[in-house]
Design a protein around this ligand. Sequence first.
Ligand code: SUD
Ligand code: ADP
Length: 284
Amino acid sequence: MTLTLPAPAKLNLFLHIIGRRPDGYHELQTLFQFLEHGDELTFSPTSGSRVTLEPAIDGVPQENNLIMRAARLLQAEAGRELPGVHIHLTKRLPMGGGIGGGSSDAATTLLGLNHFWQLGLSIDRLAELGLQLGADVPVFVRGHAAFAEGIGEKLTPCDPPEDWYVVIKPDCNINTGMIFSEEGLTRNTPPITIAPAFEGDASRYRNDCEDIVCKLYPEVEKSRDWLSQFGPARLTGTGACIFGRFPTESKALEVWDSRPSGITGFVTRGVNSSPLHTKLTELD
Ligand SMILES: C[C@@](CO)(OP(=O)(O)O)[C@H](O)COP(=O)(O)OP(=O)(O)OC[C@H]1O[C@@H](n2ccc(N)nc2=O)[C@H](O)[C@@H]1O
Ligand SMILES: Nc1ncnc2c1ncn2[C@@H]1O[C@H](COP(=O)(O)OP(=O)(O)O)[C@@H](O)[C@H]1O
């Protein structure tokens, strides 16, 4: 049976860098919330035992695509030949935007194929497998907005307000590794504690990558300056996307409609339960 599942985007409502591990990775404290806007994956049975994916993403070799890598991990985990599947990807999320499209595609593949192949793997195991693909994959596997620590694998579920967002994608691609290797990056923000199930306003906290990213990419700074006329505007992840938060859809659309020409992005709602998990629950 054909299975169609969402791969939602995420925002980092704030992102603090509190230190650096001996292996060079940075220790973070960040708040993840999902967005209703996202990619979509369709899994269809095929004869044989191959996994195929279409369309390919320009510049990403098929076997490097996080969707194929997630499928390979599950095949290895099962340790036996599994039925053939064709995966169709509807790509809506801009790449390298800090909104987690690749990580979310990977998580949707892990949960989708676990269901499709009836592997019965637990969410804990799928989150462990996901971490091998990227630091942001576990939160998409677990499916609840969360305060993340470590490199993103220690998760405490949270319930920030489910506001509306204007998300702008400046016309540049930012390499995460390059930002983390910048000399001037703030790496010593004091750790904070937030109450479990935090429901407060995240905009009093900042994104430690934002100043460096705005300095290196004037188009990001320009987007932030324009959006900040209407309220706090912030970078997500290591960029390039900038988001502003609004209490209603109509207010967000009013701001979006007033954008100067040449600005691309979208308006969407923040949600604390992942649309992926909502869809999977409906199938059970
Ligand atoms: C910082 C976040 C916040 O969501 O940024 P975005 O990718 O969303 O922008 C992510 O956790 C990104 O996680 P992940 O997806 O694993 O990053 P990668 O692209 O694999 O990282 C590329 C490189 O950045 C550096 N890196 C990454 C994450 C981290 N916590 N510390 C680091 O120092 C490492 O040098 C790594 O080799
Ligand atoms: N299915 C996929 N979707 C998007 N990017 C992918 C995918 N598979 C591999 N990638 C690679 O991961 C990189 C990061 O993509 P993405 O997760 O969308 O951005 P970010 O981590 O900034 O939110 C891309 O530039 C691309 O090279």
